[in-house]
Ligand binder design. Structure first.
Ligand code: HAM
Length: 425
């Protein structure tokens, strides 16, 4: 009798099992992530999968704290599984202090944990590419990261019009709320975050609940409805708002002049749930916004200092594997990786496996990836197994149809068969 009953074979809600066929797809995603990061000169780093609970309760903002997997360890320490990488990264950089030459451009592909409500595109355990630059005040750090996002999407096979990188600025939102004398900023941010989803009327109601007067509500809604910076400019009366507007102009102009105007644009509805952002923020969606965000990030200039380090500016983004994979599947952009596993699969007309081990060893010594049966069955069965093996080519040992020193090779992709000298394999 099974000890746990039906639960024994079922994975926890919001988690995934990766069978080799799924893991091959996963490895394809990781390899594109890594390749792109290395092409941009980012260096890999890692951290622990669990951290002190306070690292998140103090710095990440309410939404993430509600979703923490937290527990007490055997010594009574409050611990949480990491829901995001940014606090860990800031902690590592803060701990290094002056000894670390700045700026650093680092990337990581952590496994993260969030107790999310089950919904499409959101899981409780997922992977997230993180690319971050710490120690650069320049808006060109944002440019570097936005270019990397465009390169990632291109390398996965998306066209520039298939996705949209929307940019806003926390500093601009702050300045607008300051201009309007808004006191209850958190409630207004929460309303702004939902504005695109709930429509103008419900948005107005939330602002009223947050204590905003009718004129201020109208002014904020009008500003948020602007589609271009020129439309927005008259709404920016304070020096702070004007300066923040210019930051956005710089980023949009730069991305357009670098040839990415089709993919990158202003989107004032982007607020970002995380509490630590201090400047430009951005999110990536499929062009029709039919799915949840593919990636999101922004500038966080105070996080290292808040962790007790010296002031080190930061900017970066996270791109999850879940929405990305859904989108790649939907668009037919996942390559057939089923034949990438092995160079050769060996089969035999004889009845002894030793020649197979011997041939496999010879080929592996030449850097080839080789598999073969461990028990010899009928030839037709061996060929079925060869087809399932994921090898591109089958070597048939012991065939009397080929000259001495040769082996019969069947190419499973091209469907051809030929005799090849062993030393040419
Ligand atoms: P985030 O917006 O919370 O930002 O997550 C970024 C991306 O991670 C999302 O756009 C989505 O693709 C993916 N993601 C988030 N939650 C889930 C989930 N439950 N299931 C599947 N995918 C998910 C951050 O995490 C920031 N720390 C990013 C950052 C890096 N900011 C600066 N540097």
């Amino acid at each position: 009798m099974a000890i746990f009953g039906a639960v024994a074979t079922q994975n926890p809600k919001g988690t995934r099992d990766f069978l080799p066929k799924d893991e091959r797809v996963q490895q394809y995603i990781f390899s594109k992530w890594r390749e792109t990061c290395l092409a941009f000169g980012y260096e890999p780093y890692e951290g622990p999968t669990f951290e002190h609970l306070e690292l998140y309760t103090e710095k990440s903002g309410e939404e993430i704290v509600d979703q923490l997997y937290a527990f007490q360890d055997k010594s009574g320490r409050a611990i949480a599984l990491r829901p995001e990488m940014t606090p860990t990264l800031a902690r590592i950089v803060a701990a290094q202090g002056h000894s670390l030459p700045k700026p650093v451009k680092w990337f990581s592909m952590p496994r993260l944990f969030r107790y999310e409500r089950a919904q499409k595109g959101r899981l409780r355990e997922f992977f997230q590419l993180n690319m971050d630059i710490l120690g650069s005040e320049s808006l060109d750090a944002e440019v570097d990261l936005l270019l990397a996002i465009c390169a990632l999407m291109r390398n996965f096979g998306f066209k520039p019009t298939d996705f949209r990188v929307g940019i806003s600025n926390r500093r601009l939102l702050n300045a607008l709320l300051e201009q309007l004398g808004v006191e209850n900023r958190d409630a207004v941010y929460a309303a702004l975050d939902r504005r695109a989803k709930i429509g103008e009327e419900a948005f107005g109601e939330l602002l009223a609940e947050a204590g905003m007067a009718p004129e201020a509500r109208k002014a904020l809604n009008d500003a948020m409805g602007c589609a271009t910076l020129d439309e927005l400019a008259p709404h920016c009366t304070s020096e702070a708002a004007k300066a923040a507007l210019e930051e956005l102009r710089y980023l949009l102009d730069r991305m357009a002049s670098l040839g990415h105007g089709e993919s990158v644009g202003l989107d004032l509805n982007i607020v970002r749930g995380l509490a630590y952002y201090t400047g430009p923020v951005f999110e990536v969606f499929d062009a029709a916004k039919s799915m949840r965000a593919i990636a999101g990030g922004g500038r966080y200039d105070d996080l290292c200092a808040k962790l007790g380090g010296e002031r080190t500016t930061g900017v970066g983004f996270g791109m999850g594997d879940v929405v990305l994979k859904d989108l790649l599947e939907e668009r037919g952009l996942l390559p057939d990786v089923s034949r990438d596993r092995l160079d050769y699969w060996l089969v035999s007309f004889g009845n002894d496996v030793e020649p197979l081990f011997r041939m496999a060893e010879t080929l592996r010594a030449r850097g080839r990836r080789v598999g073969h049966p461990l028990e010899l069955r009928k030839f037709a069965k061996q060929m079925q197994e060869a087809d399932r093996s994921g090898a591109a080519k089958v070597l048939m040992l012991g065939s009397d149809r080929v000259p001495e020193g040769c082996v019969e090779v069947k190419d499973l992709v091209a469907g051809t068969q030929s005799a090849v000298p062993v030393d040419r394999l």
